[in-house]
Design a protein around this ligand. Structure first.
Ligand SMILES: NC(=O)c1ccc[n+]([C@@H]2O[C@H](COP(=O)([O-])OP(=O)(O)OC[C@H]3O[C@@H](n4cnc5c(N)ncnc54)[C@H](OP(=O)(O)O)[C@@H]3O)[C@@H](O)[C@H]2O)c1
Length: 231
């Protein structure tokens, strides 16, 4: 790939949606760098535990120095512990806040000067969980809801500096290898969606938030007005 190719940086691309997003960006001609806790042998991959702010700062600085630019950053990595509040440990709560929320804030700060220069795009993987709450989802939903505030504020603050920000709010994704459930969005479709926003959408508009969900769902256990009995 030529050294003047646009550069993408993504977190958590060793598996799941992140891997598919990285593949689709590569297919669109992006030189892709990744910050992965578990290394998988991809080109451009750097070992980085997002729970470690010092590692995040130094590894990101290394990528920026090597790449010389960054045009797109995708904050994709996630830590999910689905426990009722009564059972969730403080360590699990703190780690999810660090990985799902604080590391995104830190990453924004590290890449912002480079994104201003490239007039680039910062994409954040949110979730339906940020607006649809469920038992056991306190930390996951709290971090995803907070990302909406972070991304919207980033957009408001940085748009006139040339930086666009986009929150994706997906429904269920078949992120595990071998899961071909027709009632979830495939990771390939997630990758194509992100790559399309990055590469195909005009740059005189910003997709501030994009919600998507599976085209087919399993039959709901409760329908109609009876749903209100369960709120
Ligand atoms: N799956 C869904 O149904 C769904 C629905 C809506 C939104 N989303 C969102 O879409 C994004 C991708 O979800 P997914 O389900 O495809 O992901 P996933 O398969 O659960 O993979 C999570 C990724 O995050 C990485 N990660 C976790 N902790 C890390 C850390 N401390 N440092 C660095 N990387 C770390 C994992 O690396 P390791 O391999 O090292 O653990 C892995 O690469 C997430 O933001 C998620 O919230 C997913």
């Amino acid at each position: 790939m030529s050294s003047d190719a646009p550069v993408a940086l993504i977190t958590g691309s060793n598996r799941g949606s992140g891997r598919a997003i990285a593949e689709q960006l590569e297919a669109r001609g992006y030189r892709v760098f990744s910050l992965n806790r578990t290394v998988s042998g991809q080109p451009g991959e750097r070992q980085c535990d997002l729970a470690d702010p010092a590692a995040l700062a130094s590894v990101t600085a290394g990528v920026l120095a090597e790449a010389g630019r960054v045009d797109v950053v995708v904050a994709n990595a996630v830590d999910r512990v689905l426990d009722p509040i009564e059972k969730m440990s403080e360590e699990d709560w703190d780690r999810q806040l660090e990985i799902n929320l604080s590391s995104v804030f830190r990453l924004v700060k590290h890449v912002l000067p480079a994104l201003r220069r490239s007039r680039g795009l910062f994409v954040v993987m949110g979730s339906h969980a940020g607006s649809h709450y469920f038992e056991g989802g306190a930390a996951y939903s709290a971090t995803k809801a907070a990302l909406k505030a972070l991304v919207e504020t980033l957009l408001l603050e940085e748009r006139n500096n040339g930086v666009r920000a986009c929150l994706l709010s997906p429904g269920a994704i078949s992120n595990l290898d071998g899961d071909d459930a027709p009632t979830k969005v495939s990771v390939e479709s997630v990758g194509r969606c992100v790559a399309s926003i990055v590469a195909d959408w005009p740059t005189d508009l910003v997709v501030g938030e994009l919600e998507f969900r599976p085209a087919v769902v399993p039959p709901p256990p409760v329908t109609g007005i009876d749903r209100l009995l369960h709120v």
